[in-house]
Design a binder for this molecule. Structure first.
Ligand code: ASP
Length: 340
């Protein structure tokens, strides 16, 4: 279960974290003289708390940010009570569980899989795509073939709960988002069959060598069209890392994140001197500017970490939380700021 011992409202942490992060371009150079907050790992939603613990074990032992983010996000991928990531994920509208993931390291290396079926840990397949192939992304059958050839076990991913929810959904077949479903208990009785759910774990880590990496993994929108891929496995949309600047990740309705190349945008805004929190806010505002009516009805959240170990987040709607683990706090859950 998630340890909620430390839960801080964004306003509280904002005073300390965001003022440090609130550098202008003119003052950005001062950061080089300031102690860097490392190692640190941050991740999306309340299930990020448990994921961060696994990542922290790697970081605390002097391990790499890359190993940390892979180990971290494997926790929700394996958690059957998590209906939006990995093996417990809900299926598409034809009853297939299809998983999306990507990973990126401090050297700009990256790997991704999309619409991957039958494999419980898409993040580890994504890492192998990065390390063993000349490509960045493998999808569908090809991704599955690559995983099986590399020793991953073929599994049935559709859980009895997922199947029951899908069958209930089929009765009405309405495709309407439930905002912040991860804040509900993971039980189908709280999830009417005519609704779908989503949410992703995006994780960013800075290791003791000052190297950044990120990982992002999801089952995407439940009851999505067969073949639909969201932002999460797309480098630049669901995740981006630039070791000179920082990293960012996204969660929420992926179509709007893709439209704005959200995570890349957040990193580029940090490069221009914005704090992680302000960069995330600007990216959220960009979504509102492009699709004002849509933006009122959906959730999108961004989370960012810069080279100094400063972090921040912003979302469209209330209810987006993120987890932080560093030398000062191991199980912090922050209630993110939002526009609506
Ligand atoms: N971004 C994911 C997708 O669109 C879902 C989510 O994070 O809520 O597939």
């Amino acid at each position: 279960m998630i340890d909620r011992r430390t839960f801080i409202k964004a306003g509280t942490i904002g005073a300390s974290v965001f003022s440090i992060g609130g550098l202008t371009a003119a003052t950005a150079t001062q950061r080089t003289n300031r102690a860097i907050n490392k190692p640190i790992v941050i991740s999306t939603w309340n299930f990020g708390v448990a994921a961060n613990q696994a990542a922290w074990e790697v970081l605390d032992g002097g391990g790499s940010a890359l190993d940390a983010v892979e180990a971290g996000v494997r926790i929700p991928e394996a958690d059957l009570s998590n209906l939006t990531v990995g093996k417990g994920g809900y299926p598409d509208r034809d009853g297939h569980v299809t998983l999306d993931a990507c990973i990126m390291d401090h050297q700009g290396n990256c790997g991704a899989v999309a619409a991957l079926e039958h494999i419980a840990h898409p993040i580890s397949v994504a890492r192998l795509v990065m390390e063993k192939t000349p490509h960045v992304m493998l999808v569908g059958e090809g991704a599955l073939q690559f995983a099986l050839e590399n020793g991953f076990e073929r599994e049935r991913l559709l859980t009895p709960e997922g199947e029951a929810a899908w069958k209930a959904w089929l009765k009405e077949g309405k495709y309407e988002p439930v905002i912040n479903i991860e804040n509900e208990s993971y039980t189908t009785d709280k999830l009417p069959g005519n609704q779908y759910n989503h949410d992703t774990i995006g994780m960013l880590a800075l290791d003791s060598n000052g190297h950044l990496s990120g990982a992002c993994t999801t089952s995407g929108m439940a009851f999505k069209m067969r073949g639909r891929v969201g932002d999460s496995p797309i480098i630049g949309a669901g995740l981006y890392v630039d070791n000179e600047v920082g990293g960012a990740t996204a969660t929420g309705v992926g179509e709007e994140v893709i439209r704005t190349v959200g995570s890349f945008l957040v990193v580029e805004l940090m490069r221009q001197g914005l704090s992680p929190r302000d960069a995330c806010r600007e990216a959220v505002e960009r979504i509102i500017k492009k699709k004002p009516e849509t933006a009122k009805k959906i959730q999108v959240g961004f989370l960012a970490l810069n080279k100094g170990g400063e972090y921040g987040a912003f979302s469209l709607q209330n209810g987006f939380s993120y987890a932080v683990c560093d030398t000062n706090q191991r199980d912090l859950l922050v209630d993110g700021e939002h526009v609506y």
